[in-house]
Design a protein around this ligand. Structure first.
Ligand code: NAP
Length: 289
């Protein structure tokens, strides 16, 4: 791989999911590096407006568009699509990726503990078997679920119950920007090939403590409710429901409670706390005085 900054061809990196929670900060970091050309993959490329990022049509539903998206790339960030055929889709995509390109896959914490033959493990296995050099990122729950309209943004805006079937377990919330910072290194620098990084924030919090911090940051009461998994997945269907239920059962089993120091080992600076994340976003969410 060409060293960033070298007076040769730029290092070309495709970031799938470039409008997503990790893809967006990753593209920003990559675009700031001299000698790196960033292709921002999206199923709706007209909406990719980040500075220094070239909008690139990339959809898991349109394999015919993949050859153009991966042409000449030196590295690719693959955001695992949460659908049943993810292992097959990732394998088919990597077949099209130039052999020299390094692959960084976004997976999930403790993916190997779920089921050795299961979906999450198979999605990682196809990367291992692809013939590319690879790095797998296994993060805990992202702090950005609190600013995602599909999850808890409404709660932050209006206050109220935080229904979460935790069974008293802890979660080592991670800031998606820290995942992006690790991905940036893994995509551009040597020393990360063949490694699986379990990525977490610096502390594991209970859900009542999480609710307390949300409440303090937003100035609205947020109260945790330890609902059942069935209640938490109400309104979802099919694979989404299966995956969400499995994930909540894993929360209850403590799969997202282990704290690692990997963010700091890889990036040289500590992972952000939930408090620091909320300090960043809280003021925008506080009721007007
Ligand atoms: N959220 C968490 O706390 C968490 C924790 C651990 C692991 N993970 C894993 O991380 C991955 C990302 O999850 P997320 O919730 O954070 O999602 P996200 O990255 O915030 O958003 C998903 C991305 O997928 C892209 N996308 C949607 N449809 C697409 C299509 N047909 N083809 C190509 N791209 C498409 C979207 O971009 P466009 O609409 O621009 O295409 C979007 O950028 C998932 O595998 C999830 O299981 C998440």
């Amino acid at each position: 791989m060409t060293a960033p900054g070298a007076a040769t061809d730029p290092t070309r990196v495709l970031v799938t999911g470039v409008r997503g929670k990790t893809g967006a900060p990753l593209a920003q970091l990559l675009a700031a590096r001299p000698g790196v050309q960033v292709l921002g993959g999206s199923s709706d490329p007209a909406t990719v407006t980040a500075e220094g990022v070239r909008p690139t049509a990339f959809s898991w539903d349109d394999p015919a568009g993949w050859p153009a998206a991966v042409e000449g790339i030196d590295a690719v960030y693959v955001v695992r699509p949460d659908r049943p055929d993810a292992p097959e889709l990732i394998a088919a995509l990597l077949d099209q990726v130039p052999h020299r390109a390094h692959v960084v896959l976004l997976s999930e914490q403790s993916a190997g503990d779920v089921d050795p033959q299961g979906w999450a493990v198979r999605a990682e296995q196809v990367v291992h078997d692809s013939g590319h050099s690879w790095t797998v990122l296994r993060p805990s729950w992202f702090m950005q679920v609190f600013t995602d309209p599909r999850f808890y943004l409404d709660l932050l805006i209006s206050g109220g119950d935080l229904p979460f079937p935790d069974g008293g377990a802890h979660i080592a919330w991670i800031d998606a920007r820290d995942i992006a910072a690790v991905a940036e290194r893994a995509l551009l620098e040597p020393g990360h090939a063949g490694l699986r990084y379990e990525l977490t924030g610096p502390e594991a919090l209970t859900l009542p403590r999480t609710a307390e911090l949300l409440s303090r940051a937003t100035g609205r009461p947020v109260v945790h409710q330890d609902v059942t998994v069935e209640e938490a997945v109400a309104g979802t269907a099919g694979f989404d429901r299966e995956l969400l239920a499995l994930t909540y059962h894993r929360v209850r089993g403590g799969s997202f409670a282990t704290v690692t120091g990997t963010v700091e080992q890889v990036t040289g600076r500590p992972a952000r706390t939930l408090g620091a994340f909320l300090d960043d976003i809280g003021p925008a969410l506080r009721p007007a005085a």
